[in-house]
Design a protein around this ligand. Structure first.
Ligand code: ACO
Length: 331
């Protein structure tokens, strides 16, 4: 196993819109049912941005809470990274909008686009930058307003997604045997890019009347294919991460998976042979919030005392790109 990267989560915060979309909201508009949504996805409700709420406003709220939790001010932050696939606009980056809202010194700020794996990718990249000694505290946020790219006439995708943001402050850790990123995996498979994408609105297919008429600015997903690959890749990820780290499933205090679908999470839990209380889920309340899901979970787990110093925690996620990644951390 490579040398641990000595980093710790110094603070966390989350922001969820107040507006709730229940399963009944979809049943009233589409040909679907409570049973179908619950059984296929595990989702009971999701939070959706209201007018005036956007990816940057949610990210900023989560960031302020993380700063307060870490007892830091924005002047202590050396870098801002926002993992998102629903940026404030094509440019500037959402991270720059967050920086504008927070104020503070002119530290680097940029977005990272790896869909549902975005927070894990960001966690790994941040760990290397912190270990290097170049930066002391990185504000890493996962923030999405998936409702802005969801086609509410497409029953196979619209029931899945929700909005929200989770922010963490990752800091260099002085102790050699203390908090650390112990092992990670980070992969992508561009050959699967058309399985899950927003086809229009970029340089490949700029916005036009045609793209709007054909609803190409919304998420298109080959659900069943993505589902099968998500299960396969998650299982491979878990096996390889634990084997390479020399850690057995019983050593893991808590698995925090990307909240994509309760059945995908359940297959991972069964592979690990862990009881339900060792795999955290909140998809029931928030749906799939893409890059925001893992940091929202981290914040809830810290608040509830589900993760505490010394615990081994496994983050694992799979998403569009296709991308997938894991991070085995000691809290
Ligand atoms: N209500 C009722 N029936 C529905 C609905 C609905 N909301 N949606 C689809 N159906 C029907 C289909 O039309 C199909 O009917 P048919 O058999 O008559 O053709 C049937 O249900 C089964 O459809 P599938 O798409 O095969 O259903 P599946 O069991 O695969 O569940 C789901 C669909 C929940 C979308 C699942 O495929 C999934 O979770 N996929 C992976 C999602 C994911 O992990 N994405 C990656 C992260 S997201 C990101 O990166 C942005």
């Amino acid at each position: 196993m490579p040398e641990p990267l000595r980093i710790r989560i110094a603070g966390s915060g989350r922001a969820l819109p107040d507006k709730v979309l229940t399963n009944q909201w979809f049943i009233d508009r589409l040909e679907t049912s409570e049973e179908w949504i619950r059984e296929r996805t595990g989702i009971l409700e999701r939070r959706i941005a209201s007018e005036g709420e956007s990816t940057a406003t949610l990210a900023t709220t989560a960031a302020r809470k993380a700063l307060a939790d870490a007892k830091m001010s924005v002047d202590d932050i050396d870098m801002i990274i926002v993992a998102t696939i629903t940026p404030e606009c094509p440019f500037p980056s959402t991270a720059c909008f967050v920086q504008q809202a927070l104020g503070g010194p002119p530290v680097p700020a940029f977005d990272l686009a790896a869909a549902c794996s975005g927070y894990i990718y960001g966690f790994i990249v941040s760990s290397f930058l912190l270990q290097n000694g170049l930066y002391r505290n990185i504000l890493l946020i996962g923030a999405e307003t998936m409702s802005k790219i969801t086609d509410y006439d497409d029953r196979s995708t619209c029931i899945l997604f929700g909005d929200g943001a989770g922010a963490t402050i990752l800091s260099a850790s002085p102790k050699t045997d203390g908090p650390a990123l112990l092992h990670y995996r980070m992969q992508a498979e561009g050959s699967g890019l058309s399985m899950l994408a927003v086809p229009a609105g970029g340089s490949r297919l700029p916005a036009s009347k045609m793209t709007i008429d054909e609803r190409l600015h919304y998420v298109k997903m080959q659900g069943r294919e993505v589902y099968k690959l998500a299960v396969k890749r998650n299982l491979e990820l878990i096996d390889s991460t634990l084997a390479e780290a020399g850690v057995s499933p019983e050593d893991i205090a808590l698995v925090i998976p990307h909240q994509s679908n309760l059945r995908i999470i359940e297959s991972a839990r069964q592979r690990l042979g862990l009881p339900q209380d060792r795999v955290f889920t909140n998809i029931q309340r928030y749906g799939n919030t893409s890059a925001a899901s893992i940091p929202i979970c981290i914040d809830e787990c810290r608040e509830m005392g589900r993760i505490k110093p010394g615990d081994l925690v496994l983050l694992v996620g799979f998403g569009a790109g296709l991308t997938w990644g894991s991070a085995l951390i000691r809290i």
